[in-house]
Write a protein that binds this ligand. Sequence first.
Ligand SMILES: O=C(O)[C@H](O)[C@@H](O)[C@H](O)[C@H](O)COP(=O)(O)O
Length: 260
Amino acid sequence: MSAPVSVVVHGDTATLVAAAAARFVTTVTDLQSSGAVPHVVLTGGTTGIGMLEELRRSPARAAVDWSRLHVWFGDERHLPDGDPERNETKARAALLDHVDVDPAHLHGVAPAGSPHGGTPEEAAAAYAEELRRHRRPGDRLEVPRFDVAVLGMGPDGHVASLFPEHPGLHATGTVTGVRGAPKPPPERVSLTFAALRAATEVWFPVAGEDKAAVAAMALGGAGERQVPAAGAYGSRRTLWLLDRAAASRLPGGLARPASP
Ligand SMILES: O=C(O)[C@H](O)[C@@H](O)[C@H](O)[C@H](O)COP(=O)(O)O
């Protein structure tokens, strides 16, 4: 990993999710108060969705000008619009349908069966084009420089829909269609490593004992073929937000508790 990596360990999942939500509010409001219209990447992972639910409940969500925020997805399941298993559906239910996000700034992946969503590859190509169109002055890649990418990590170390030893790891460009994913559904659309690395900050809210071994590997120097999450890092910072269970196997010195 080339970017600085920070690890913050919280006593339990509820504290982790609340702290991540607070961090999101602070980060976005700081950017907005400097005149920026931030671009954020969201995930359908359990802990990331937990953060969105926490934001919905929190009075602090009113501090964010939701109309001045672009929302993208790190990956999507190739399913019809509104399917409860789609990451967009989950993020909408958790938060996005409850705040004033400008519909033109809510960038969902084309659902299966929609005009641009015939196949995962077609949906990926359409998303790549949408990303390209939203580059900002000075952006070097074919995507807008995401201010924050909130990602998740599977127990096998996958990130977005980039799975260990899977062809998507080698995808060129910014978005790839995925087939045969080991986690259902098999057909997916995912940002590539190159696109994820366009983020200024990457956050990994990760909770639970089942993530402990792979978190230790990701933070202990594993390669991205084995633990893809290790290959998703921000240009300025990568921040692992763990609960005590997920941090339980980290090498000594990496896990400094932030909360009891
Ligand atoms: O569509 C997906 O499956 C997700 O985007 C995926 O990448 C997720 O973030 C991880 O699997 C972690 O998910 P959990 O936190 O639910 O384990």
